[in-house]
Write a protein of this length. Structure first.
Length: 101
């Protein structure tokens, strides 16, 4: 029985290459997912510090809704949760664009 060493070496290199590709892909996708979540959080507007102009940049928030948010903020002092806005029109549509810090 003769072993073809060239073929065996080629198979070892192929297996090692595949392992490296898998490890690279795992690292890349794990880091890109966590980075995209962080970037998405950074894009949300803090409703405790936002001006009317900032609020109007948020989808589904116009002049009147922005004024209501600011009035409610002035009445309560500050928001501790975005759910304090749940009675405002279109809350379910704009809640993913805001945050409380």
């Amino acid at each position: 029985m003769s072993i073809n060493t060239e073929l065996l070496n080629l198979q070892k290199k192929t297996v090692l290459t595949l392992i490296l590709i898998i490890l690279f892909m795992k690292y890349f996708f794990e880091n890109s997912y966590s980075r995209s979540v962080t970037e998405a959080n950074d894009l949300r507007i803090n409703i405790n510090t936002a001006s009317l102009e900032d609020l109007k940049k948020i989808p589904y928030i116009g002049e009147k809704t922005g004024e209501k948010i600011i009035k409610l903020r002035e009445e309560t002092g500050h928001f501790s949760s975005i759910e304090q806005l749940k009675n405002i029109r279109n809350y379910k549509k704009f809640k993913n664009y805001i945050k409380v810090e």
